[in-house]
Design a binder for this molecule. Sequence first.
Ligand code: CU
Length: 107
Amino acid sequence: MRKRISIALLSAAMMLMVSCSSNPAPKTHTVVIDGFKFQPALLTVNVGDTVVFNNQDMVPHNAVAEGKFDSGKLEQGKSWTYTAKDKGTFNYICTYHPNMKGQMIVQ
Ligand SMILES: [Cu+2]
């Protein structure tokens, strides 16, 4: 009887440790570039998450946060994946069309 209780306690303690120590699993977010817009234009992610930029427009675009990330030229249908490493608020643009603006908040 006593042994059974201690095993139950041990497994409960282990479950608690697992749920407390692990960060939330990384997520994948998608920013679709369509109609000369980043959609969504404002995106909040956690460190470790990945963000896929996918260009659906017929013209090339990019996503550039100066000193932070640069997708390179994205032709129609092409994707680029960024893994969020540093916390902060990052404004980015398409350098071909500087009126295209987006913001990524990494927390
Ligand atoms: Cu563009």
